[in-house]
Design a protein around this ligand. Structure first.
Ligand SMILES: [Zn+2]
Ligand SMILES: [Zn+2]
Length: 241
């Protein structure tokens, strides 16, 4: 068994709200300094900086999962993780086709830069990525799973853009068994208000938009295979427990 210190919720400069210092090389360096062994880049509705982060983090021996923080049509943020570029790109294409296409106003939201692994700007996304998609919360899980990934509701304890803040309840036909809680001190209250979470494995990640908010080595998983596929398979197993 290996202990994997993780942070599976990070935003890069491609997210409109992500600081421009959240570049692939900077995130990789910060994850290394913080002692993390596995990270996922989860920009809003896009995976387009994930490969660059993966390349930048490789030199530190850090495992990188492909990720996205999807905005559902109820504006419920949902983390989607994938083991590789192929599956992530397939999901990315589908999500992009469902994204409400409103031009990004850089004066309000800042730039949405796509960078290579040495932080050179190689593109800019023209449509505002934080908008809702036409994918409902219940429509997220099965297609992500079929592509070999795993999805779970993001920061369910936050009072904006979370399952609980936006829907007010866990939909009764839900089957997810993983959930992200931002502040673990809120977990007891969350569980008593919504007993559904009693049966969930709780992950906690930083949701960092600034380098200084990337988690230190405090949350971990114990698993046999620390490769991207091994981590995803571990999460998929936890999700069926
Ligand atoms: Zn969010
Ligand atoms: Zn986020």
């Amino acid at each position: 068994m290996e202990k994997i210190f993780y942070d599976f919720h990070l935003h890069s400069c491609l997210s409109p709200c992500g600081d421009n210092d959240m570049t692939p090389a900077n995130i990789a360096g910060m994850a290394f300094v913080n002692g993390l062994s596995a990270i996922a880049l989860t920009d809003h509705n896009t995976v387009k900086n994930c490969t660059s982060l993966k390349l930048a983090a490789e030199q530190y021996g850090i495992t990188v999962l492909y990720g996205m923080e999807l905005t559902t049509d109820e504006e419920v943020h949902t983390v989607c993780l994938f083991p590789d570029e192929k599956s992530a790109n397939e999901w990315n294409e589908y999500v992009y086709s469902k994204l409400q296409k409103i031009k990004n106003n850089t004066k309000i939201f800042g730039n949405q830069f796509i960078m290579n692994e040495t932080d050179k700007i190689i593109g800019e996304e023209e449509f505002l990525l934080i908008n809702a998609t036409n994918i409902s919360f219940e429509e997220v899980f099965a297609p992500v799973y079929e592509l070999g990934g795993i999805a779970y509701p993001a920061h369910v304890d936050k009072n904006a853009n979370s399952l609980i803040s936006n829907l007010g309840f866990v939909p009764p036909d839900s089957t997810f068994k993983l959930a992200e809680v931002h502040n673990l001190e809120s977990l007891d209250a969350l569980k008593s208000a919504h007993p559904y979470f009693e049966n969930c494995t709780i992950l906690s990640s930083s949701d960092a938009h600034y380098l200084e908010n990337v988690n230190e080595a405090k949350h971990f998983l114990e698993l046999d295979d620390p490769s991207p596929k091994g981590i995803i398979n571990h999460l998929r197993k936890l999700n069926t427990k």
